[in-house]
Write a protein that binds this ligand. Structure first.
Ligand code: BV8
Length: 236
């Protein structure tokens, strides 16, 4: 076992108290997707969209990583060297993987804690609100900062890096995602086509469960530490 690619979704942050998108009472149910997570929504009603992301950016700063984030960070620290590689691709826009200590991390859907300046194309770190149209720290222009979040219809970040890692992986593990959103939901098929072993760790079967060689169902805070222990013990 040398190269591993892990994909995480909202389910890995659920036990940290961050709403998932599709479980009952999830985020989308409070807002229709079309109302807040598309460029058209932002053009049509920027205040609604900025308020939605301001609320979530503030909320995640009150949350803590859970045992699943810490287990992946432990794997990240232990796995390198000896020609082995680990890539954690997250669909999540919270910073719980980083705060647990994970380093080789790709935020394919952007992050809450950076903004994107449409005046200078800069990506400044950002923890406050955007609703009051603050000035960009890099170019000074006001009112041109948007969330650095990949909305529906926008191209996810780092897709070349992700497919490169997927195609040279020995194992693809999907954690806490419903398999509802593409292109992330298609990674398991990409992996299978390249002869990569596939494992799903999720509360219940995802929409892509049938594509996985193995699936374990339960809370991430239990499944992920157990899987990391199993993997690291097998390597001794
Ligand atoms: C693109 C940022 C093209 C926003 C997000 C028809 C068919 C196929 C595709 C499409 C289609 N129509 C449109 C599309 C494309 C579209 C898409 O896939 N739509 C879906 C709805 C059909 N995709 C896009 O638009 C993407 N871009 O395709 O671009 C393109 C090509 C060329 C040039 C330009 C563009 C962009 C998609 C990114 C959207 N942004 N996030 C924000 O956060 O506000 S998506 C958002 O939902 C999340 O980031 C996440 O990625 C995604 C899925 O959510 P999950 O993470 O899976 O969370 P969910 O709630 O769904 O599931 C949670 C899971 O965890 C559940 O299974 C649950 O059982 C489990 N769970 C819960 N608790 C626990 C747990 N597991 C373990 N332990 C627990 N405790």
């Amino acid at each position: 076992m040398k190269n591993i690619v892990i994909l995480t979704g909202a389910g890995i942050s659920a036990e940290s108290g961050i709403d998932t998108f599709r479980d009952s009472g999830g985020l989308w149910e409070q807002h229709r997707v079309e109302d807040v997570a598309t460029p058209e929504a932002f053009a049509r009603d920027p205040d609604l969209v900025l308020r939605f992301y301001d609320m979530r950016r503030a909320a995640i700063q009150t949350k803590e990583p859970n045992a699943a984030h810490h287990a992946l960070a432990r794997l990240d620290r232990a796995w390198h060297g000896g020609g082995r590689d680990l890539t954690i691709v997250t669909q999540n826009v919270d910073d719980l993987h980083e705060r647990a200590g994970a380093e080789r991390l790709i935020h394919m859907h952007g992050t809450h804690l950076t903004a994107w300046c449409l005046a200078c194309d800069g990506k400044p770190a950002w923890r406050g609100a955007l609703l009051d149209r603050p000035a960009c720290p890099e170019c000074g222009v006001s009112g041109r900062l948007r969330p650095d979040i990949v909305w529906f219809g926008e191209m996810p970040y780092d897709m070349d890096r992700i497919y490169h890692a997927l195609n040279r992986a020995d194992l693809f593990v999907s954690i806490g995602t419903s398999g509802a959103v593409y292109p992330a939901a298609g990674f398991v098929r990409e992996a299978r086509m390249n002869g990569v072993r596939t494992l799903e760790l999720n509360l219940e079967p995802s929409q892509g469960s049938r594509w996985f060689d193995e699936a374990r169902h339960g809370p991430a805070s239990e499944l992920v530490p157990a899987w990391v222990d199993e993997l690291l013990n097998a390597e001794i």
